[in-house]
Design a protein around this ligand. Structure first.
Ligand code: ZN
Length: 591
C-alpha cells in the first residue's frame, strides 16, 4: 500500500482515461475526510484496479477501518465498501458477515449517481448502515443468503445442489432433535450434486415439530433416498472469514460436524449435521434458517484411523438452503394466490392455449386439463413455447411433461381429443368427452381459434353453469379478442348479433384472409401471425382469468376485450377496448 503522495505519473485506474481528472478528484475529496490514513493498493493499481484503505470517523467519534474497491465500470456503478478488522465486531445488519461488505444503498444500483464520489456515498449512507438507522432496505437478510453465497466457493460444489425448507415451519424453542430428508445425490467428477428436501423435523423427545407440505420436484419424487440426521439450535452463526475456514477452528468444527452416524452404505458415504438459528426472514419478520454442511467420501474416511494408518478426511460442501413452501413461492405475487385451489380446462394447445397453460402453472394453478389432438412439429414450433425437445410429441403430452417438471405444484391431465370431429366409436364423441372435463373445471378456456367450437363450448359451459373465456386472433392478426362469457349473459352468437347491430366494433382485420397460407403437408389454411403478437392475446386472457376467479361478483355479465395491433395503415402498439355483451334478443340463448 502507498500514500497518495507516492503515486507516480501514469499510475491511474482503467476508468480514468474516459473520465479525465476523476481519479485525482476522488482522492482529494476522500482525503478531506480521512486525511493521511488513505492508502492505495499499488499492485492492483498497476493492473488498472483501484482499491483504497482508510479510517472513517463517524459523528459520534467512533472510527472504522474501511476498504473500498472500485469496479472497472466506475462511475456508472458505485464502489464496494467493506469493514476491515475482527468479523465478530461487524454489525448484524447491512453487512456481510463473511467479508464485511456493507450494504450502503439497498440493492438498487439506480440509487447511485455518477456524480457522487466515494466520500459522498460514505457521508450520506455509512452512519445509517452501521447504526441500523435511516430508511431501511425493505429486503430482509436471512442468514442463509451468506452461507449460500459461500457454498459456491467450495471446489467440490456442483451447480444445482439445494436443500428445500419451508418458512412456515416453527420449531419454537426446541434445542435439537432429528430431521428426515428425501434426497438425490450424484458424483460429478470430484464433486457432489446433492438435491434434497426436509420431510419432517422432530425434537429430542421424538415429537414432530414440522412436516413438509410442499410438493417434491419430479427428480426427487422419482428416484430418491431417505435418511435421518441430527439437528441443533445455535446462536447467531455467520460464515467465518475464508482464511479461518476449518483449519484449527474447533468451535466451527463442533457446529458443523456433530453427527455420529454417517450414512456409510451408500457411495459416497455422507454425513450431515444440521444447525438451526433464528434469523431475519424479511424486514422485521423473524424465523429459522438451516445450514446443511455435507461431508462425503469413502466409508473409511468416516472411521477413526487405526494405528499407523493414514486415512483421508471426508470432503465438505455447503448444500444451499432454499425456501419452497407454499407461502415462500406464492408470497412474491399475492394477486395470483386464487389459482392455488383451482382447476382450469384449456381447449386447444396451440400458439395461444399452450402459453396460457404454462403461465397458469407458473402462477400456481393446482390442476390443468388440456385438450388437443395435434403433435408438435418443427414447422409449428415457431409459434409454440417449446422447441426441438418437443418435436414429434403430442401437444398435450409435451405440456404435461414440461409443466409437471418445472412446476411441481401443478398436475396436468392431458386429453387427446379432436373437438368437433365425428367419433370413431360410441363414447368418444364431444357429448361424452366434454361434460366431465367442464364439470371439474372452475374456469374453461377456449383457445381453439374456431368460432364453431367456441359456440359449442359455450353451450356446454352454459348447461354446466361454468364461466368461459374464449381467445382468438383475426386471420391477419391485426387484432383479436378475449371474450368472457358468463353462463347467464351474452354468448358467442350474441356477440355476432352485437357486431351486426354495430353495438360492438369488430377487431381490426376481421374477415380478411390475407394472413392465411397453406404450408406443404397442412390440410387447412393456417395463420401467418407471429407468436409474440398472439401472446398479446394469451397474456390478456390470463389477466382476465385471474380477475374472474378472484372477483366473480364483478363478472356477472359477459364482456369482450378487443385488441388492435394495426390501424389500417401500419402496425401500432397494442391497444385494448372493453365492451359489455348483453344477451341479444334474437339469439334466445337465455330464454
Ligand atoms: Zn346468445
Amino acid at each position: 500500500m502507498i500514500k497518495c503522495s507516492e503515486l507516480k505519473p501514469g499510475m491511474v485506474p482503467c476508468w480514468e482515461p474516459a473520465w479525465k481528472g476523476r481519479f485525482e478528484f476522488e482522492l482529494q475529496d476522500l482525503a478531506a475526510f480521512v486525511g493521511d490514513t488513505l492508502l492505495i493498493d499499488e499492485e492492483l493499481l498497476a493492473e488498472g484496479v483501484l482499491r483504497l484503505e482508510f479510517d472513517w470517523r463517524l459523528s459520534d467519534g467512533r472510527i472504522f477501518s474501511l476498504q473500498a474497491a472500485f469496479p472497472d465500470t466506475f462511475p456508472f456503478v458505485r464502489p464496494q465498501v467493506a469493514l476491515r478488522g475482527d468479523p465478530s465486531t461487524f454489525p448484524a445488519k447491512h453487512c456481510s458477515p463473511a467479508d464485511g461488505t456493507l450494504c450502503l444503498l439497498g440493492r438498487d444500483t439506480g440509487l447511485w449517481s455518477a456524480e457522487w464520489t466515494l466520500a459522498t456515498l460514505l457521508e450520506r449512507q455509512l452512519e445509517n448502515a452501521l447504526n441500523g438507522t435511516g430508511p431501511e432496505d425493505p429486503q430482509g437478510e436471512p442468514m442463509e443468503v451468506w452461507w449460500n453465497h459461500l457454498a459456491l466457493d467450495f471446489t467440490r460444489f456442483v451447480d444445482g445442489s439445494y436443500m428445500l425448507v419451508d418458512s412456515a415451519w416453527d420449531l419454537e424453542d426446541a434445542a435439537g432433535g432429528s430431521l428426515r430428508l428425501t434426497y438425490l445425490m450424484e458424483k460429478v467428477g470430484e464433486g457432489i450434486s446433492f438435491r434434497g428436501a426436509v420431510d419432517e423435523i422432530k425434537d429430542e423427545d421424538g415429537i414432530v415439530l414440522a412436516t413438509r407440505s410442499f410438493p417434491l420436484p419430479r427428480e426427487l419424487q422419482a428416484s430418491s433416498k431417505n435418511a435421518t440426521f441430527p439437528w441443533r439450535r445455535v446462536d447467531r452463526f455467520a460464515p467465518p472469514p475464508r482464511e479461518k475456514w476449518l483449519d484449527g477452528n474447533e468451535s466451527l468444527r463442533e457446529k458443523i460436524d456433530f453427527n455420529e452416524r454417517p450414512i456409510d452404505n451408500s457411495s459416497p458415504s455422507i454425513s450431515l449435521s444440521v444447525t438451526v438459528q433464528s434469523t431475519e426472514l424479511s424486514a422485521g419478520a423473524k424465523g429459522d434458517t438451516y445450514l446443511f454442511p455435507l461431508f462425503f467420501g469413502p466409508a473409511k474416511s468416516f472411521r477413526p484411523a487405526k494405528r499407523g494408518q493414514r486415512v483421508s478426511n471426508p470432503s465438505l460442501v455447503i448444500v444451499p438452503t432454499h425456501r419452497a413452501g407454499e407461502g415462500d413461492i406464492g408470497s412474491r405475487v399475492p394477486s395470483v394466490s386464487i389459482l392455488r385451489n383451482k382447476t382450469v380446462a384449456v381447449f386447444g394447445m396451440g400458439a395461444i392455449g399452450a402459453p396460457v397453460a404454462i403461465e397458469l402453472a407458473r402462477n400456481g394453478c393446482r390442476q390443468l386439463v388440456v385438450v388437443d389432438h395435434d403433435v408438435v412439429e418443427p414447422g409449428n414450433s415457431i409459434r409454440w413455447p417449446l422447441g426441438a425437445t418437443a418435436w414429434g410429441v403430442r401437444k398435450t403430452a409435451a405440456i404435461k411433461q414440461h409443466v409437471e417438471a418445472e412446476y411441481p405444484w401443478t398436475s396436468v391431465e392431458g386429453v387427446q381429443h379432436f373437438v368437433g370431429m365425428p367419433s370413431a366409436s360410441g363414447g368418444e364423441g364431444d357429448s361424452s368427452v366434454l361434460p366431465p372435463i367442464i364439470a371439474k373445471a372452475d374456469l374453461v378456456i377456449d383457445a381453439t381459434a374456431s368460432s364453431g367450437i367456441s359456440r359449442l363450448l359455450a353451450e356446454f359451459c352454459k348447461k354446466a353453469a361454468k364461466p368461459l373465456i374464449s381467445v382468438f386472433g383475426t386471420s391477419s392478426l391485426k387484432g383479436g379478442i378475449v371474450a368472457y362469457y358468463h353462463p347467464t349473459s351474452g354468448c358467442p352468437t350474441c356477440r355476432e348479433f352485437a357486431y351486426d347491430r354495430r353495438l360492438i366494433d369488430k377487431p381490426p382485420g376481421s374477415g380478411e384472409s390475407s394472413g392465411l397460407r397453406q404450408p406443404p403437408g397442412c390440410s387447412e389454411l393456417t395463420f401467418t401471425g407471429a407468436s409474440f403478437d398472439l401472446q398479446e392475446l394469451s397474456l390478456e386472457s390470463l389477466r382476465l382469468e385471474v380477475d374472474v376467479l378472484s372477483r366473480p361478483e364483478d363478472f356477472e355479465q359477459s364482456v369482450i376485450h378487443t385488441l388492435a395491433l394495426h390501424d389500417g395503415f401500419r402496425r401500432r402498439p397494442p391497444s385494448w377496448r372493453i365492451d359489455e355483451l348483453d344477451c341479444a334478443p334474437e339469439c334466445g340463448c337465455n330464454q
